[in-house]
Design a protein around this ligand. Structure first.
Ligand code: BES
Ligand code: MN
Ligand code: ZN
Length: 485
């Protein structure tokens, strides 16, 4: 849990605070804010000189540091004024925390960049997300350093508090993703759900192998057969909205995906510890719901198991029967995510009368080929709901791209001997085939969007608020935005 647990705000004057680093923002064609002018005066006009002689240009990612007797000043570039938005603020505040970690400055003060108090939430999100490190297993590293405090000046206190809580929820999703498969087991996910349930006054139900098999979840049971690690079907219910229909969130909790009998190649197989990032995302959202307590009803469902090749493992050619009675011919045991989600989607469709369903899964390698690590693939049955996701993304700065779910593609997952088969045509439209399969398990007329996060759940892209090659916690913020939290 190596990240700031909160950002604070203060009405005090900067002169009356103690900090190791104070951060100021400047646009291109730099002009200092009122606070900036005061700090500049206190350090003998160095910032004005640096602007005048062109050392500070205000370009995005630019950082310039000045040294006073007992603190430092960091001037961070915000880019062109016309391009200013919350994402600029998030990236700039995360740039500040990343630099502070690198230089070991523990206590930070930041102005709200762009002098826009409505950006306070984004400022805090960037600070918390940018403070994240995964240090749990670095026992002998003497270089370890964690930030101690961050305070916002001239901010909207409520915005800082909210952004800070959302940032912490994103960090929870990251931690779950980053823990290895021998730690973050289905049991571990269930225990995390229990903590969240307690914090948020939610109802928790955890079904074990025997129970969900008995109930008819033949697809989840089939995948779980190859592993001795106890699988779980986890349900979390939050009631904050009276009699309204609940928002339902389903997350793939595949805690290690070896591919099963259709075993994966060895290279990068370690990354398949991230195959539970859909469930981590859902738990991240529920964590934020637990502390922000919005006036709505939310149900989270997490089918969780390993995909292994033990003696009882399911095999290519097997036929499984899902919770809604549909039969599935298994052609590749590595297409397991859609199977465990099938039962979860059918279960929530039947029991919760959802306002809408979102499911989140590291479902296909194909989405990485299509969109790289930049955007999450989305597909669904309801244009209005898809639009809500796209609109929310404009606020959160996360990227989504819709792929078509036309009838022609839905034919790709029809089987000759069963209702469905668990893969489409080889090397064709793999991400769409995944969604086409899932669609068969979503109740008729329930608006639904599937999020394929296989490219965005972890990343090799450099973003100030993400640490490369570790879990990103992507999409948590956008889901909260769609729900109006
Ligand atoms: N968990 C994988 C998808 C994945 C691959 C995520 C690489 C992130 C990086 C999923 O279970 C899987 O193996 N999908 C197969 C499906 C295929 C067999 C139809 C895939 O994408 O190759
Ligand atoms: Mn797989
Ligand atoms: Zn998988």
């Amino acid at each position: 849990m190596a990240h700031l647990m909160q950002m604070n705000s203060t009405d005090k004057l900067w002169k009356d605070l103690t900090f190791d680093l104070i951060a100021l923002g400047v646009f291109e064609e730099p002009e200092l804010t009122k606070l900036g002018q005061e700090v500049d005066l206190a350090i003998g006009g160095q910032i004005t000189s640096a602007i005048a002689n062109g050392d500070i240009k205000g370009k995005a990612k630019e950082t310039t540091i000045f040294f006073a007797a007992d603190y430092r000043v960091l001037v961070v570039g915000l880019g062109k004024k016309e391009k200013f938005d919350f994402e600029v603020v998030r990236r700039a505040s995360a740039t500040v925390t990343r630099m502070a970690i690198e230089k070991k400055y523990a206590n930070l003060a930041l102005e709200v960049f762009g002098s826009d108090v409505s950006a306070s939430q984004a400022l805090a999100e960037g600070v918390i997300m940018g403070s994240y490190q995964f240090l749990n297993y670095k026992k002998e590293d003497e270089d370890q350093f964690e930030l101690v405090s961050a305070v916002a000046l001239n901010a909207d206190a409520a915005g800082i508090e909210k952004g800070s809580k959302i940032g912490v929820a994103v960090c929870l999703a990251r931690d779950l993703g980053n823990h290895p498969g021998n730690v973050a087991t289905p049991t571990y996910l269930a225990n995390t759900a229990a903590d969240i349930a307690k914090e948020g006054g939610m109802k928790l139900t955890v079904l074990d192998r025997e129970e969900f098999t008995e109930m008819g979840m033949g697809a989840l049971a089939g995948v779980a057969q190859g592993s001795d690690e106890p699988p779980k079907f986890i349900l979390l219910e939050y009631h904050g909205g009276g009699t309204e229909k609940p928002v339902v969130l389903v997350g793939k909790g595949l805690t290690f995906d070896s591919g099963g009998i259709s075993i994966k190649p060895g290279a990068k197989m370690d990354e398949m510890k991230y195959d539970m990032c859909g469930s981590a995302l859902v738990l991240g959202v529920m964590k934020a719901v637990a502390v922000l307590k919005p006036r709505l009803n939310v149900v989270a469902a997490i089918p969780s198991t390993e995909n292994m090749s033990g003696a009882k493992a399911y095999k290519p050619g097997d036929i499984l029967t899902a919770y809604n009675g549909k039969t599935i011919e298994i052609l590749n045991t590595d297409a397991e995510g859609r199977l465990i989600l099938a039962d979860a989607l059918a279960y929530v469709s039947k029991h919760f009368d959802p306002e809408f369903i979102f499911d989140f899964a590291t479902l296909t390698g194909a989405v990485l080929i299509t969109l790289g690590h930049i955007a999450t693939g989305i597909l669904g049955t309801d244009d209005e709901l898809l639009d809500r996701v796209k609109k929310a993304a404009m606020v959160t700065g996360e990227k989504f791209w819709e792929l078509p779910l036309w009838d022609e593609y839905c034919e790709h997952v029809k089987s000759k001997i069963a209702d469905l088969k668990n893969m489409g045509k080889t090397r064709q439209a793999g991400t769409i085939a995944g969604a086409a399969f899932l669609k068969e398990f979503v109740g008729k007329d329930i608006p639904w969007v599937h999020f394929d996060i296989a490219g965005t759940a972890w990343s090799d892209e450099e973003v100030p608020y993400n640490v490369k090659k570790t879990a990103s916690g992507a999409v948590v913020r956008t889901v909260l935005e769609v729900m109006g939290v």
